[in-house]
Structures are given as C-alpha cells and as structure tokens.
Design a protein. Sequence first.
Length: 478
Amino acid sequence: MRAPGAANERRRSEAVEAAIRRGDLGPVLDKVLGGERLGLEDGARLYETADLPGLGYLANLVREAWWGDRASFVRNLHLNPTNVCRFTCAFCAFGVRKDSASAYEMDLAAVRDRLAPFRDACLAEVHILSEARSGRRIAPEEALLLAVGADFHDLAAAARDARARRHPGRDVTYIVNTNINYTNVCVTRCRFCSFYRLPGHDEGYVLDPAEVVRRALDARARGATQVLLQGGHHPRLGIEHFEDLIRAVSERTGLHLHALSAPEVHHLARIRRRPVGDVLRRLRAAGLDTLPGGGAEVLADEARAAESPRKCTADEWIEVHRVAHGLGIRSSATMMFGLEEDRWRHRVDHLARLRALQDETAGFTAFIAWTYQPRGNLARPGERSAMTYLRLVALARLFLDNVGTIQASPLTQPPGVVQLALDGGADDFGNVFLEEHVVAAAGVELRVTEALARRTIAEAGYRPVRRDTYYRPQGEAA
C-alpha cells in the first residue's frame, strides 16, 4: 500500500503535467517522460517558452532520472600560482606584467605550503567537532578550519551541546536596560559610525548630568535595572566631568552603572596624560560598576587601520580590560564584524585574544557579537549575512570555553535569527533597550520590548528569565 504522502505527491505531479500539456511544452513533456532525445525544435521551444514553472518541472524530471533526490557539492581550493600574464585583456583585473610591483610567482614549495592546511580538511573538521563536543579546548587554527569549512548544522549542534554542558536547563536570560548616549561629539571619525558629529557641528550635543539623571530615573520607573553610558570621544570632556556624571547617576538612581567602553577610557587617559589605572580608580570611586565591551570592532589592527585609525589599537583595548579586571571591575567583550576589511582569520584572532585574557583575569562576563550596520556612514560592508552571524555565535561558544555567557544580538538581528542563535550556542537574549541612539543612527529599526523578548525566547522553546548585569537570575522564570 502506498503512503498517503506519495499519493498526494503523485496527484500534484499529474496536475502539473496536465497544466503543461495545455501549453506549448506538451510535446516536450511526452518525450521527456518517454526517455526520448530532444531535437532542435524542442530546444527552441524550451528557450522561447513563457511557462517557467513547466520548464523547471521538466528539468527536474531529467535531474531526478539521473540522480534521484541527491544534491551534491564539491569543496575546492582555487589556487593561482602566478598573476603574471603576457596578455592585457580589458576585462581582467588579475593579470599583471612581470615587471609590475604586484607581480608574484609561486614555486612548487610555496604551492605545497598553501595546500597543506586544506589536506584532509573534511576529516579534520569531523574530528575537531567531536573533540569540541567532549569539551576539549580547540586551537585557533582549528577554529579557523571550522569557521570556513564546517557544515553549519554540525557546528550549531556542537555549540548546542557545549551550551547544554554549561547551562543544562532551559532558561534564557535577558536584561531591561537603557543606553544613554551622553554626547555625539567625537574626534575619531570612524568610517562605520553614523552617530558621531565633529566638534563644532550644528548637530553636536552634550547632555547635562541632570538630563542624564532624569532619563535614568524614567528608565528605572519603566523597569530598567542597568544604565549603559556611552558616547563619543569629546576633546574637552575630562575625567572630572565623568566623575560628576557617574556620581550623580549612581547616587540619584541606585541603578547599576555599566559605563564607558575601553576606547572612551583610553581617550580620557590620553587627553589627561594619566595612566589607565588612575582613570579607572577615579571612575570606580565615583560609582562605576562594570565596563561595557564596546569599541572592540575586530581586534586586528590590519582591519582597524582602514576604518578606525584614530581609535585605540587592539592591544590598547585589551590592556584597558586587563587593568579593569585587575581592579575588580568586570566587563563584557564584544565583536562588531562585517566590514569589508575583516576576515575569518581576524575574527578567530579576536576570539583568541579574548580567551587568553580571560585565562589570565577571569574578568569577562559575556561575549556579544553583532553585525555592522551600513546606512549613513562611509565604510563598505563585507561578509555579514545572518548565516555568518550564526556561524560566529556557534564558534564563539565552542572556542570561548572560559566565558560563561554567549549573548544574542536582538538589536541587529530579527527575532527568527535570534531564536536560531539561542538554539546554536547562545544562552542570553541580550538587552531590552528603553533608549538607544548609536545603532539607530545607522538605520536599524528593530525595537525590542520586554514582551517581544519573552515571546521570542518562549517560542524558541526556552524559559525567559530576567537577569542583572552579572547574569544572575532576577525573579521567577515564566
């Protein structure tokens, strides 16, 4: 007896074939079903037909006759041993003359060196994922192999297992938060930023501390437990201004102050010619609780030089967090990726630097990745698809074995992608922002309410739980 599904499929096929016979492809259909070779007249009919669904159906009949329901692919390395060429084809941007400064030629040894990392790559990926599932620490070169070659479903499944080992329940946390951007005046001119205005610009602003307090109190009344304070690198706002600002917010609101990213702290130290440790001690005495992980972008100076050359270097970003952790100030760690210059090797190196510092200090509370938002700025986008984002989340869970929490990015990813991230390594939904302007300036229109956060988590099969800045549950799970 045939299964009902098979019978339904045959009825659909009969209906499609009847529709094809009513059009101009009927004679071709009979030949295809009969296994006959098509002639020139049939080829012309196929080329000229307006029945594209019928054409696709005929092509699929032939494909299935050859291969059944299989779909194959090949993994390939396209290696160009030289770019030297005697021709000057107008359409080619690769070939150059032998005397060109960019000319290169690879000898046999160089070719072998290039091929070596890819030898037996598929077997290596299976082995690495198996080892990662068991909890073994993976090396950066293994992480790069997984990033560029592992099957996504296998990668996400391994990350899901790693998440379950660290967080065995079904809870997914989130925090209600407000991001008050105290100034948009900035001198760094980052090409990827749509928010900043140069000193003297008509649209530049600096919020008075009283206004910051007012906004923080309003957020507290609406359920916020944390204030995120971030802004531009203002050339004339010194450490005293931030001491007054942080003290006012801390004393008047009682909210947790997650304030000033590493580049902002480094900027304060530089313009006042003071050690980073002195700046952080004074800010902590004024009421600073933790540091946000912003301003990292990708921690590879090769990538940073093109888009944010005036901002602190990768080493300086790491050093601010090292000093903060040494003072007992914990922080998050982030990555903003998807610029034209950043590559998977940069992203893996970024993760490796975070893991090394975490081994040293244990000061990071979480890792958060988000994608570059290109509207209204000068930077050119690179690889930043939802699939790339999900691969990075999964890889971060496997590689950052010493960081407890991997956070999703509901501000830059739609709810469906966030749910996939939760099922592929992430254990925290992220922020319900009551106020945010930096990402919004780049055209992001996602607005995350607490109701949307809880619904997104629940529909993914998890229990939504409010948390504090240290990722400790606050209140009962729904």
